[in-house]
Design a protein around this ligand. Structure first.
Ligand SMILES: *Cc1c(COP(=O)(O)O)cnc(C)c1O
Length: 386
């Protein structure tokens, strides 16, 4: 199916709602039946018929079809946050006594899921440097049931060779989950490379307007049914119909937004790489990246999100640089219309923060839809201040 067919048509049965071009928000907690028998039939498939919105809602249903098709998966589920999507899918494949292999430096709350939550239920996790697939092979134990990946990760942008890790996992009967938020389904499809389950924070590029928190799980029918009938229904962290509608609206322009953000980012990266006050730029698609050829192999050129390291050991200079930026909002998250800056110096010496892994002169930048010159001039004047 063409990308535009997925975004403009798939799942939209307009004859069911007065040929409205944009789908309605089915703002209803439940749906009624005209007979006991019809209700009995509905109950048989509570998770795929309009019955109760915790299980199925028609607005969310349209979104699920589009997300699954984009990710080349059989089905998908939408959650109230990316973290809920990640937790539900990991928990679904684990029990007490199991072992997990996870990449070093995953998204911070993924780290806490394994370290603080699942550890209380007898699940142990080993963290490995994901840039060498042998590290996964060597970390496998008899009770390893899950390998958790995020390629690239969202602070330092190391990649994992998804195809080779999926192969190792299959040979050892281990489930693989990959966080694909950075690439979006447009620029990388882990399922096509052999990964079992893909998770996304839809709060980023997918919704794209800094106004929704949501998450996605994509997989085959069997796994989606498993997650849906257990974790999804019992934990109940569902998205509201209205937020699902906002993501549907955001998806219409996903290719345009990701392209614009990437193109401007690559120019900004080029400028920063050659600037004397910059120690290092961390972005998957720069030729100085050790993993550049892996990036070319498994993902399309993309990435409005990257990090820089300033050439200074003075935390005050880092803060001065960030405070001097006029067109980057100081904030977490990314994937919206506006450029953002997230300095590690804001976390420096706080609890759970590893200064060795993420030095305080590391700064994450997200490039939005501003004019390239506006951002270049802004970065230049701020760099000149330090
Ligand atoms: C933001 C983010 C998450 C968490 O998603 P939420 O929607 O904030 O819960 C997970 N992974 C990555 C890579 C993210 O950037």
């Amino acid at each position: 199916m063409n990308l535009s067919e997925i975004l403009n048509q798939l799942g939209e049965n307009r004859s069911e709602y007065l040929y409205s071009v944009a789908p309605p928000v089915f703002q209803a907690s439940m749906f009624c039946f005209d007979s006991v028998d019809a209700m009995r039939k509905g109950l048989k498939n509570e998770m795929e018929t309009p019955f109760y919105t915790r299980g199925y809602n028609p607005t969310v249903g349209i979104l699920r079809k589009k997300l699954a098709a984009l990710e080349k998966a059989e089905d998908s589920l939408v959650f109230s946050s990316g973290s809920a999507a990640i937790a539900a899918s990991a928990i679904s494949f684990l029990k007490s006594g199991d072992h997990v292999i996870c990449i070093k430096k995953p998204y911070s709350w993924t780290n806490k899921l394994f370290n603080d939550l699942l550890s209380r239920f007898g699940v142990k996790t080993t963290y490995v440097d994901g840039s060498d697939s042998n590290n996964f092979k060597n970390a496998i134990q008899k009770n390893t049931h899950l390998i958790y990946l995020e390629s690239p990760n969202s602070i330092t942008f190391e990649l994992q060779d998804l195809e080779s890790i999926a192969k190792i996992a299959k040979e050892n009967n281990i489930i693989t989950i990959c966080d694909n938020s950075y690439c979006t389904p447009l620029n990388q499809n882990p399922i096509s490379l052999g990964i079992d389950i893909v998770v996304h924070s839809a709060s980023k590029y997918l919704s794209g307007h800094s106004d929704v928190v949501a998450g996605v799980v994509c997989s085959n029918k069997k796994f989606i049914h498993q997650i849906m009938s257990k974790e999804f229904m019992t934990i109940g962290s569902i998205i509201s119909p209205n937020d699902a509608w906002l993501i549907l609206r955001g998806l219409r322009t996903l290719p345009l937004r990701v392209e614009k953000s990437t193109q401007t980012a690559l120019k900004v990266v080029d400028f920063l790489q050659n600037h004397p006050k910059i120690e290092k730029v961390l972005h998957p698609f720069i030729t100085t990246n050790k993993q550049f050829s892996l990036a070319q192999k498994q993902m399309k050129p993309c990435g409005g999100l990257f990090s820089i390291q300033l050439k200074t050991n003075d935390i005050q200079k880092v803060d001065l640089f960030v405070n001097s930026l006029k067109h980057f909002l100081i904030a977490c998250s990314w994937g919206g219309f506006e450029s953002l800056v997230f300095p590690m110096s804001a976390l420096y010496n706080s609890q759970n923060y590893n200064n060795n892994e993420l030095p305080f002169n590391l700064i994450r930048l997200y490039i939005g839809f501003e004019e390239e010159n506006l951002l270049l001039e802004d970065l230049n004047q701020a760099l000149n201040k330090i």
